[in-house]
Design a protein around this ligand. Structure first.
Ligand code: SAT
Ligand code: MN
Length: 583
């Protein structure tokens, strides 16, 4: 019955890392309760109030281990060319020479956990199995929420199924020993010295995006940094949308959007299938279907409130692991933006006494909740559907205070691919660099594409060739336009429903458009946005294209493409030329 290759690998890792004992995770209730007890008794976790946050815990990370480390994330192909200009590259034997010794005897005095996990619904042809070996019970607890963990994965694996290997150790959390290494040709991830989400929960960005993007290219499917949502119209027609945004641009908010009352009254419904990652594959009918490979949300806490995202807040009421938020005296949690009035006192994310007067942030700006997706009030019935959901539209978006209108539609798939390839977003205070500075983030995949970005764009074009007229329509949105005084001109949040409605109408062959050099824009007169009370000047800004601004944009795009040289796909070059001539 045993899977020989798995047994062999576990034995090999045991000999290298020399743990005190080995624990195979089954994903059961009793298993996790034992782990939680252990982590509470050794101070890793604080148990939260039983009534307000049943079965929920707070963790504080090391203060130097609070985010992904792009500078120490490597793609290890034999040829540098295969990793491309946007990834850190190291030759595999060289990387092994650096990272393998770090694992020698690193689990001495620790328990080694073997975590079988399934990415995607059970029984889906699109799902894949991973095995993570780790010495961190905190990682086990997170993986149990974020993936389908334990026997369910071993059942899918069978005696000879394929799996992605992920080897993780906390090490000493020394930033100088921190490496997040991907070996696509070995189906292997090795991660050392960080316990933070994207660095340590190896099913997420490491497997489901970086390695999966390589597998998708090889096997003819796509792994994308996209939310998935369903929209049902008053007539009962259900559409599905995937959307890619860089971080801090409201992906989780859009995935869990609550429509304004007049839309609810009219019979509109929005459902959540996923908030971060989509795997897309052609179905038997030739359309593109998407599954969410994850089982939970790893959401940013600050800014989440009953006003901004009630569904997210309700998702993380119970059975949730909070990391780096503030602890209130009544054993509840708090973060900036949760309530208008801060608590009188709290313990901050570093574990120190905090008051509003201190001037410091109580929660880390990248503090997180790990919560079961099934607890989301808007979760779709199709969340566990092995066939996935057919995708009608793909949305790209960024944070731009100028230039980019509220929404526009591409002419066709190749043009839509171009919109993704030229995605840019202004840096937020949370990221390093000058605030407001533009960063190119193609398809929001800059930190997550596991191979040469230009080959990835070619893969998009190839998928379009294969799908033909069955491909989703492609749109671009920008919720972040500002007026001359620097004020946001679009209300955003629930009112983004106006834009989603236009998009699904377009997918139905309806909806009025104005043709412009950059694509099809909606006619604001047909958008029924009167009740928003927008200033007529702002409406103009949101729904028009400024030729001068776009000349500059096209110059910037031309410069950006330089680094891809000869590898830039013909279809992308053609779209750049076409845009120039239309302008
Ligand atoms: O750390 S994660 O990659 O999981 C979250 C994020 O940074 O987007
Ligand atoms: Mn993400």
């Amino acid at each position: 019955m045993a899977h020989q290759a798995l047994e062999d690998w576990v034995q090999e890792v045991t000999q290298i890392t020399t743990p005190d004992s080995i624990h195979w995770c089954d994903g059961s209730e009793s298993e996790i309760n034992t782990l939680y007890e252990l982590m509470v008794s050794d101070g890793t976790l604080t148990k939260l109030d039983d009534h307000k946050h049943p079965d929920s815990y707070l963790a504080r990370s090391d203060i130097n281990d609070v985010a992904r480390v792009e500078g120490r994330t490597f793609i290890c192909f034999a040829q540098k060319e295969d990793a491309g200009p946007t990834n850190n590259w190291m030759e595999p034997t060289e990387m092994h020479a650096v990272i393998d010794p770090l694992f020698e005897e690193c689990m001495q005095g620790r328990v080694m956990y073997v975590i079988p996990y399934l990415m995607g619904p059970a029984g889906s042809a699109m799902s894949k199995v991973g095995i993570e070996i780790t010495d961190s019970p905190y990682v086990v607890a997170n993986m149990r929420i974020m993936t389908r963990m334990g026997q369910i994965a071993l059942d899918e694996l069978g005696e000879d199924g394929e799996f992605v290997k992920g080897l993780h150790s906390t090490g000493q959390l020394d930033p100088d020993q921190r490496y997040i290494s991907h070996f696509p040709d070995e189906n292997l991830i090795m991660s050392f010295s960080s316990n933070y989400g994207g660095n340590a929960l190896l099913g997420k960005k490491c497997f489901a995006l970086r390695l999966a993007s390589v597998l998708g290219k090889r096997e003819g499917w796509m792994a994308e940094h996209m939310l998935i949502l369903g929209i049902t119209s008053p007539e009962g027609k259900k559409s599905h949308i995937c959307a890619a945004f860089p971080s801090a641009c409201g992906k989780t908010n859009l995935a869990m959007l609550v429509p304004p009352q007049e839309f609810l009254d009219a019979g509109w419904k929005v459902e959540t299938v996923g908030d971060d990652i989509a795997w897309l594959k052609f179905g038997p009918d030739g359309r593109l279907y998407a599954i969410n490979p994850e089982y939970g949300f790893f959401g940013v806490a600050p800014g989440t409130s009953m006003e901004t995202n009630p569904n997210a807040l309700l998702s993380c009421r119970a059975n949730t692991l909070f990391t780096n938020v503030a602890l209130c005296p009544d054993n509840t949690v708090w973060w900036e933006g949760l309530t208008e009035a801060p608590p009188d006192s709290a313990i901050d994310w570093k574990g120190n006494p905090w008051t509003p007067e201190s001037g410091d942030k109580a929660a880390h700006p990248n503090s997180r909740f790990t919560a079961p997706a099934g607890q989301c009030p808007s979760i779709s019935d199709d969340f566990e559907n092995p066939a996935g959901v057919p995708i009608d539209a793909i949305i790209f978006g960024g944070r731009r205070s100028t230039t980019t209108p509220l929404v526009y539609e591409s002419y066709n798939w190749q043009h839509g691919t171009y919109l993704g390839a030229t995605m840019t977003s202004e840096k937020t205070a949370a990221a390093a660099g000058k605030v407001g500075e533009l960063r190119h983030d193609p398809m929001a995949m800059l930190p997550f594409c596991g191979y040469h970005m230009a080959d990835y764009w070619q893969h998009w074009l190839d998928m379009g060739e294969r799908g033909g007229d069955n491909m989703p329509r492609v749109f671009h949105v920008n919720w972040f336009r500002k007026d001359s005084e620097g004020k946001f001109v679009w209300p955003g949040f629930g009112d983004n429903m106006h834009v989603l409605k236009w998009i699904v109408e377009r997918c139905d062959g309806k909806g009025q458009v104005n043709e412009t050099p950059i694509g099809y824009l909606p006619d604001p007169a047909t958008m029924q946005i009167d009740e928003l009370g927008l200033d007529p000047n702002d409406v103009k800004v949101l729904f028009s294209v400024d030729a001068e601004e776009w000349q500059e944009e096209v110059e910037a795009q031309t410069d950006y493409f330089q680094m891809f040289g000869e590898k830039l796909p013909e279809g992308i070059r053609a779209e750049l030329d076409a845009l120039k001539s239309r302008l």
